[in-house]
Structure formats: C-alpha cells, structure tokens
Design a protein around this ligand. Structure first.
Ligand code: LIP
Length: 265
C-alpha cells in the first residue's frame, strides 16, 4: 500500500499536468458540450478532456485503483484506493473567463462516500493563478512549500466567509435564508464559485469559514482534507435537506461551532 505522501506526489503531478491542459484549452476558446441537472449546470469540452487525461494518467500509474469523477462516474478498484476527481471545479467561472477554477484530485480509502471514506491525499490546482494546494493525511497542508494553518478564530470585526448556490433555482430561497442566518457572524461573504478553492482558502487563512449545501464528492474530497490538515474542521454533511442535499461547513476551531449552528436547517 502506498503512503499518503506517495499518493500526494502523484495527485500533485497529475493536477499540474491536467491544469496546464485546461488553461491552454481556455486560451483556445471554450465549447459548451452540454447541460446537466439544469440549464445553468454546464459541462464544457475541456471538462471532459481533462477528466479523460486524469483518468488515463491514474490508470497508467496505478492500475487497479478505483475512480469517481464528475463527468464519467464511478469505477470500483481492487487496491482499496479510490481517486475522487473534479476535472474543472468552477466550470461556470472557467466558461466566463473568471480565473477562479481548479483541478481537484483526492485519494481515499473506504466507500467513496463522505463520512465513510478516509482521505489520504489531495491536490487542488488553479492553473490561472499557478497556486497548487496539497495535503497528505498526517503530513499537513501546503502551498508553495509553506505550511498552511486556518485562522483559529475571526477578528472582532467578524468572520470573512464564503458560500455557494446550487444550479437548481428551487433551492435558492433556502440558500439565501441560510446566508441571512449566518450574516450576524460575518464581516462579509464571498462567492468564489469553486468549492475546492473555498476550502483551500479556509486552509490558507484567507477565509475564516465556508458553508454550502449540495456539494458532490468531487467538489469537497481534496478541499476538506486541506482544511483538516491545516487544523480546521469540516462537517454538517449528516444534515440533508428535502432535496437530499448535504450541508458542508468548514472553519477554524473558534468559528466552526457557531457557523455550523447558524448554517443548519
Ligand atoms: C461548483 C462548485 C460550487 C458550487 C457550484 C458547482 P462545478 O462545482 O464548486 O461550489 O456552488 O454550484 O457545484 O459544477 O463547477 O464542478
């Protein structure tokens, strides 16, 4: 069985390669391939090409591992390790030319379901900024050789938070009501548009906390490991709404409890 550090090194190498490919495809121009759960839920040709690249590279390096990807779904492996991949997290940003998107790659053991898996390694690479956040279980979270740490608690001015909204318009009123419940804790709220970067920014102390309902495994697998390896907490996903959407809350020790309480429901 490979060590978390060995899986991390592979995630880093493939995320960098895939991200560079995505960045060059962006320069060539974006083609919307289809819509998925709603008109606003788009997939570009590049999403599919990047996932194919990541899947091929992983199969070359680690035949027998399982795979769970946003665009091509799941394949069970024989090694006990499953790769959970979002080829372009922040696809709408990518399509509009907003330089906030990322390749997110995580290696987990156990069922590829949050709460049942153990995350071993993860990499989140934003090729537009060149920032590659990475972590291995028990080895900390890192960016450019610098060890990351969450903010232990917000300043007296309040918490700088981030959140997000799903593609289904029927869920928006509930999401807006959640922001209203959380606002008393906040100095301000950011909408970055890519969950993996929201988690990475909490891990890096650029945000005090993040909350969103409805994330998929590929949106949070690597990002959540960055936060916990940076001394933060991630939870709330036992809480499902009427649409079956899980709640995700990530923050440092001082804010996690109050944020989770305000974000529930
Ligand atoms: C996105 C998430 C974001 C969420 C969007 C979407 P995608 O993932 O990163 O946090 O608000 O609705 O789910 O679709 O770009 O991979």
């Amino acid at each position: 069985m490979s060590t978390p550090a060995q899986l991390e090194a592979l995630a880093i190498a493939i995320a960098r390669e895939a991200g560079e490919f995505a960045r060059l495809r962006r320069i060539e121009g974006v083609a919307i391939a289809a819509t998925k759960s709603a008109l606003a839920d788009i997939v570009t040709e590049a999403d599919r090409e990047v996932e194919a690249l990541v899947r091929r590279r992983l199969a070359e390096e680690r035949p027998g591992d399982g795979f769970l990807g946003e665009e091509t779904g799941a394949e069970t492996g024989s090694t006990g390790v499953t790769w959970v991949v979002d080829p372009i997290d922040g696809t709408v940003n990518y399509a509009y030319g907003i330089p906030s998107y990322a390749v997110s790659i995580a290696a987990v053991t156990g069922e590829p379901v949050v709460g049942e898996w153990d995350a071993l390694a993860g990499a989140v690479f934003n090729p537009a900024s060149g920032e590659l956040f990475h972590a291995a279980s028990g080895e900390g979270a890192w960016l450019d050789g610098m060890r990351l740490a969450v903010n232990p608690e917000p300043t007296p001015a309040g918490a700088l938070l981030a959140t997000g909204f799903g593609y289904d318009a029927a869920t928006h009123a509930g999401d807006i009501a959640r922001v209203a419940r959380v606002m008393p804790l906040a100095r301000d709220v950011r909408r970055i548009g890519a969950a993996s970067l929201d988690f990475a920014f909490v891990a890096a102390g650029r945000l005090d906390g993040y909350f969103e309902r409805g994330l998929h495994p590929w949106d949070h697998a690597a990002g959540a490991l960055l936060v916990t390896e940076a001394g933060g907490f991630v939870g709330g996903y036992d809480d499902l709404d009427v649409w079956g959407r899980r709640l995700f809350v990530a923050a440092g020790p001082g804010l996690y409890g109050p944020l989770l309480q305000a974000a529930r429901g």
